[in-house]
Design a protein around this ligand. Structure first.
Ligand code: ZN
Length: 195
């Protein structure tokens, strides 16, 4: 396995990471940064496991994009039903929205399931300061790639109701990005969220 060695821009501690990982996390001062366009600090959160969680634990990273979502036009006469517009509180057709983008190695099918499920039902959790020895999957998606995928998630959510998509005209502006490590338990039928 090829290893790159770099130093934490904050405290100078060497950071050893797998070559493919797109973020660097310092074990000493906990700063996370990327080097895609120069050194850039990244906000992140580690969600704690629910009390009493049993089974093999792992952390999976997601980009959580805080987005300004607004619908320019929709066809109410046809009874078109927009899941995201319904989700936005109030009568207005715009609001803030968290879009979750899996940042780890994942199949397209699982990407769709995880991103739509978490975006429509953002998980509630307590944060913790460290991983507690639980393995974490590497972040393979850059922030810019995640931003580009936000539209794909919105379209995937709306496309679940056939015939609706052609009437959707919206804008989605990413305001803020954060890596969220969510706790999962391995099961025979796949990972299960454990918050
Ligand atoms: Zn450091």
């Amino acid at each position: 396995m090829k290893i790159v060695q770099i130093k934490c821009p904050s405290c100078g501690t060497p950071i050893r990471m797998k070559n493919k990982e797109r973020i660097f996390l310092c074990d000493n001062c906990k700063m996370m940064h990327t080097r895609n366009h120069g050194i850039e600090s990244i906000d992140y959160e580690i969600a704690d496991f629910a009390p009493g969680t049993a089974g093999e634990r792992m952390y999976m990273p997601f980009w959580r994009l805080y987005c300004d979502f607004s619908i320019r036009s929709k066809n109410v006469e046809r009874g078109s039903f927009f899941r995201l517009s319904q989700w936005i509180k109030g009568d207005r057709d715009s609001g803030m929205l968290f879009v979750f983008i899996p940042a780890f190695d994942v199949s397209l099918e699982d990407f769709k399931i995880l991103s739509t499920r978490l975006t429509l039902n953002p998980p509630h959790y307590h944060t913790t300061m460290n991983f507690g020895g639980v393995p974490r999957m590497p972040v393979l998606l850059t922030k810019e790639e995640a931003q580009e995928l936000a539209d794909f998630v919105v379209v995937t959510i709306e496309a679940e109701k056939p015939g609706v998509l052609q009437y959707l005209d919206y804008s989605l502006i990413v305001k803020d990005e954060k890596i969220i490590y969510l706790p999962f338990i391995k099961t025979p039928s796949g990972p299960v969220l454990a918050v």
